[in-house]
Design a protein around this ligand. Structure first.
Ligand code: NDP
Ligand code: HSE
Length: 438
């Protein structure tokens, strides 16, 4: 049988990885797919840029539309990034009846509803395994492997750059900016690295995970998002002293009121496996009612781990090229006419425990004032540490762990504490999750 011809949009980190893996493992990939896969065309911005992989046999162009419009190609692989040009190219490919594979989480989180509707209309597949957690096949695991379950919640370290930065800061005491530069050089970071450090990239991924876990439309704008740029080395050290690690988590959970959708730094007990996921590695913990908690771990970014997911999607599409579109796995796991309209909860309604750090005057009665405010808002304290003031300073550092409370109460309590004359500056708040499988 003739090989399936595909076109690549983008020959950067992931595009290069995809060329390398497809070529190196061509024999086995053909045996799995049932057909050979030939990269016939590819687009990049600068054709004179030296590439650390072999592009011989691939017709190169700077115009991605030429690739999309080539009638010989059955599959378009979008690895350019961004959500404007990429959206246009993907919709154009779909309009022409081409299948699409993409690693672009921004595109799927923001325009996925439109893209999947167009793809269903045209009877083509849009595969996006590489968009979440790099090389971990988490989309397939949730959409297919856990299809029997009522998914209750999931929590994941879903940004490799952020986890790499937090790990290097903790283990080697390195500076934030210095580690970020290294993550960029290694090809982990987004074109705009604030997406990684401010949690936007993780919010894109969480949007996708929540949709396939709960059967809700993609709702990127509803995600509460907080990044890691304000985490200090002191917070990392105090958390360790209390038996916790700080991880940047994406969390989504459903209850009878609605769905939590949030990305923020989180203290996790250090005995949890996920608390020990370090460097560029990602992990996603998924709780299903039948299976219980399951954990998926692997490289969250980088050329070949991401290419592993891209190529698996290409193989999936090739395998189903002849299948009846009605009988394919639905893009967002649930049948398009069976999506739920359960609301996403406002962050003030979410219940969690907290780590609080504040600078308080070192004199009798101060702690009592703080605990009174917490008590007035129904917040009970699990642990308190007080550090001696540094020589020449009147303020001691006070660190508290609280039991679970709704965020709205905590917001009010923090406002009250910050208004106390004995408290200097603002209160640092980091949410705490035990992730104990309940
Ligand atoms: P890169 O910046 O390394 O690569 C982007 C590629 O697109 C480059 O080859 C660039 O050309 C090309 N390109 C950009 N604009 C145009 C244009 N207008 N016309 C033609 N070609 C263009 O990005 P990555 O490979 O890192 O990321 C690609 C996608 O994969 C993004 O959506 C990203 O979020 C996603 N992703 C990335 C991961 C990673 O670890 N890096 C992991 C998972 C997903 P040129 O090379 O000439 O500049
Ligand atoms: N910039 C992303 C990360 C790439 O660091 O996780 C993988 O999606």
């Amino acid at each position: 049988m003739e090989p399936v011809k595909i076109g690549l949009l983008g020959l950067g980190t992931v595009g290069g990885g995809t060329v390398g893996v497809l070529r190196r493992n061509a024999g086995e990939i053909t045996r799995r797919a049932g057909r050979g896969i030939e990269i016939a065309r590819a687009a990049a911005r600068d054709l004179n840029r030296p590439r650390p992989f072999d592009t011989s046999g691939i017709a190169l162009t700077t115009d991605p539309n030429e690739v999309v419009d080539d009638p010989e190609l059955a599959i378009i692989v979008e690895l350019i990034g961004g959500d404007t040009l990429a959206r246009d190219l993907v919709l154009r490919a779909i309009e022409q009846g081409k299948h699409v594979v993409t690693a672009n989480k921004a595109l799927i989180a923001k325009h996925g509803n439109e893209i999947f509707a167009a793809a269903s209309e045209r009877g083509v597949m849009v595969a996006f395994e590489a968009a979440v957690a790099g090389g971990i096949p988490i989309i397939k695991a949730i959409r297919e492997g856990l299809a029997a379950n009522h998914i209750e919640w999931l929590a994941g370290i879903i940004n490799g750059t952020g986890n790499f930065i937090l790990t290097e800061m903790r283990d080697k005491g390195r500076d934030f900016a210095d580690v970020l530069k290294e993550a960029q050089a290694l090809g982990y970071a987004e074109a705009d690295p604030t997406f990684d450090v401010e949690g936007i990239d993780a919010a894109h991924k969480l949007t996708i995970l929540a949709s396939i876990a709960f059967g809700i439309p993609l709702q990127f704008d509803a995600v509460y998002t907080e990044g890691i740029s304000r985490i200090t080395r002191e917070d990392v050290a105090y958390a360790e002293e209390l038996g916790y690690r700080i991880k940047h988590l994406g969390i989504t959970r459903r209850n009878s009121h609605g769905i939590e959708l949030r990305v923020h730094p989180t203290l996790i007990p250090e005995r949890r496996l996920i608390a020990n996921v370090d460097g560029v590695m990602n992990a996603v913990l998924v709780k299903g009612d039948a299976v219980g908690p399951t954990l998926y771990y692997g490289a969250g970014a980088g050329a070949e781990p991401t290419a592993s997911a891209v190529v698996a999607d290409i193989v999936d599409v090739v395998r189903t090229l002849t299948a009846d579109p009605e009988n394919r796995v639905p893009h967002l796991a649930f049948q398009p006419d069976a999506l739920s309209d359960q609301p996403v909860l406002d962050m003030a309604q979410v219940e969690t425990a907290y780590y609080l750090r504040m600078q308080a005057q070192d004199r009798p009665g101060v702690l009592a004032e703080v605990t009174r405010i917490l008590g007035d808002h129904g917040i009970s304290i699990e642990a308190i540490i007080q550090k001696e003031p540094l020589p020449g300073t009147p303020h001691a550092t006070v660190i508290m762990l609280t039991h679970r409370v709704v965020e709205g109460n905590m917001n009010d309590a923090i406002a009250g504490i910050e208004a106390l004359p004995v408290i200097e500056g603002s209160v640092t708040r980091i949410r705490v999750e035990t992730l104990d499988g309940q």
